[in-house]
Design a protein. Structure first.
Length: 144
């Protein structure tokens, strides 16, 4: 089943919904955050409801390259830090789910998630963020 008039962020939002809800352990704050994200991505009510009811039928569209994954992490960290409906452990858990789903190595998820949230809270430029995350990835691959 496909939605007839997809907005610009339809598939990306559907991926985030699937990542959040598929394991059945999403917190209330994570679900409220998805609702707020819908507004930020300009999805209308019908499109949002369609995705929420059919999220398992969507593929998870993950960035292909490491650079794209880091950019996605940066953007999501900024969104998370600007939305006060999700904070603390819920914020960390949600970003960790996404980081794992878009291809970051499981053994570095905790450190990457923590650093991403800290750096985007400080409102740094992407170049600084990129350097810091790459440093974690390099250190992680050196210890394997």
């Amino acid at each position: 089943m496909r939605y007839p008039f997809k907005g610009q962020y339809h598939d990306a939002f559907a991926s985030m919904v699937k990542i959040t809800l598929r394991d059945g352990d999403a917190s209330e704050r994570e679900i409220i955050f998805l609702e707020h994200l819908r507004y930020k991505l300009s999805l209308d009510e019908r499109e949002y409801e369609f995705i929420m009811q059919n999220y398992m039928s969507y593929p998870i569209t993950a960035p292909y390259s490491k650079d794209e994954r880091i950019k996605a992490l940066y953007e999501l960290g900024k969104i998370l830090n600007s939305d006060k409906t999700i904070e603390g452990k819920d914020q960390t858990r949600w970003l960790g789910r996404v980081a794992r789903s878009i291809g970051f190595e499981p053994n570095s998820i905790g450190e990457i998630t923590s650093e991403a949230l800290s750096l985007t809270r400080e409102d740094i430029e992407f170049d600084q963020f990129d350097t810091a995350i790459l440093k974690i990835l390099v250190n992680d691959s050196a210890t394997q």
